[in-house]
Design a binder for this molecule. Structure first.
Ligand SMILES: O=C(O)CCC(=O)C(=O)O
Ligand SMILES: [Fe+2]
Length: 328
């Protein structure tokens, strides 16, 4: 393991996007140490082809360059899938921060895990279990789906190491992610105004809600991570890596021993637009997240057990406006 920008860089030794992580025990140990510290780590040798990542960024840029009316026609639906307009997300419910005073200076497009039309949860009106929306651009769909599939397999390949990292058998999380709930978020941050007020962010300080976030970012920079004891540390793009962090769902499983770390984004470039692709890799919606016994041996569990879908849909609904009602 080496260091990059003050965060660990963990090599996964995956030959391609269908390979297993080579040395699970070593990766588990490195993840555990990262999660005891900042909760952020870079992964290298991750097996996702560079060309697929470049294509996903191309799709991201092409989508956000479309006329506003076309983007708004795809406004996030009842299942939090689709386009979230510039300055429409104002984080009101965050684990550790006062509500944002100003909306996030970014726009994004959400694609979540595919749900079959006859899926029982979808037929029963379960939150999040609905259709994705797509622009009229078949190449976009292909590029985004290929990236989505590869990063889902990457997330799945990390589950044995994450299971060992929390002291469970290698199969622990695999059973709870069959299949996972995922969200791919194509983000676009225009340059911040020259006279940016201190509390105007591309993305206001927040923790992620879910289990694991796998982020690809361009070289404009602007992501910052809160380090233990205060202060913010830049977490720029390191070519050939993704940067990962754990979210509040993983913190709940570990009684907050694993740190779901606040982070924020400001595009400080005066002239360049910033693009990033966040991939939220989360448990199956039915999974009950209950503090693992070893993490409540010395102190009571800080969070009661919760079905992931109940917790997660509640957090999304508190923060994000969505359009429309489910079909009757
Ligand atoms: O764009 C980034 O670098 C981070 C985005 C982020 O924190 C999020 O979508 O939760
Ligand atoms: Fe985030």
């Amino acid at each position: 393991m080496s260091e990059g920008q003050g965060f660990p860089v963990i090599r996964l030794g995956r030959a391609d996007d269908r390979a297993a992580v080579a040395d699970v025990a070593r990766v588990a140990d490195a993840i555990r140490r990262a999660c005891d510290a900042t909760g952020f780590f870079y992964i290298a040798d991750h097996g996702v082809p560079d060309a697929w990542i470049a294509d996903a960024f191309e799709a991201n840029r092409r989508f956000h360059a479309r006329p506003m009316a076309e983007k708004e026609a795809l406004a996030t639906n009842h299942w939090h899938r689709g386009y979230m307009g510039f300055g429409t997300a104002k984080l009101t419910a965050s684990a550790r921060f006062a509500p944002a005073r100003r909306p996030n200076q970014m726009e994004s497009f959400f694609v979540r895990h595919e749900v079959a039309e006859d899926d029982p949860g979808r037929l029963a009106g379960q939150p999040l279990q609905g259709p994705n929306q797509w622009p009229d651009d078949p190449l976009f769909r292909d590029q985004v789906r290929r990236y989505d599939g590869a990063v889902a397999r990457l997330g799945t390949s990390l589950l044995p190491a994450l299971s060992l990292a929390v002291g469970e058998d290698a199969g622990f999380f695999g059973q709870r992610f069959a299949p996972p709930a995922t969200a791919l978020r194509l983000n676009h941050y225009p340059p911040a105004p020259a006279d940016r007020p201190d509390d105007l962010y591309g993305s206001h300080p927040h923790t992620d809600y879910g289990f694991l976030t796998i982020l690809a970012q361009d070289d404009v920079g602007g992501l910052e991570v809160q380090i233990p004891g205060g202060g913010w540390r830049a977490a720029p793009c390191i070519p050939g890596t993704f940067i990962c962090n754990i979210g509040d769902a993983m913190a709940r499983w570990t009684n907050d021993a694993f740190n779901s770390t606040p982070h924020r984004v400001v595009n400080a470039s005066p002239e360049r637009d910033r693009y990033s692709i966040a991939y939220f890799f989360d448990p199956n919606l039915e999974t009950v997240i209950d503090c693992l016994p070893r993490f409540r041996a010395d102190r009571p569990a800080a969070h009661p057990p919760v079905r992931f879908v109940d917790y997660f849909a509640g957090r999304l609904d508190a923060n994000y406006v969505r359009a429309g009602k489910p079909p009757a």
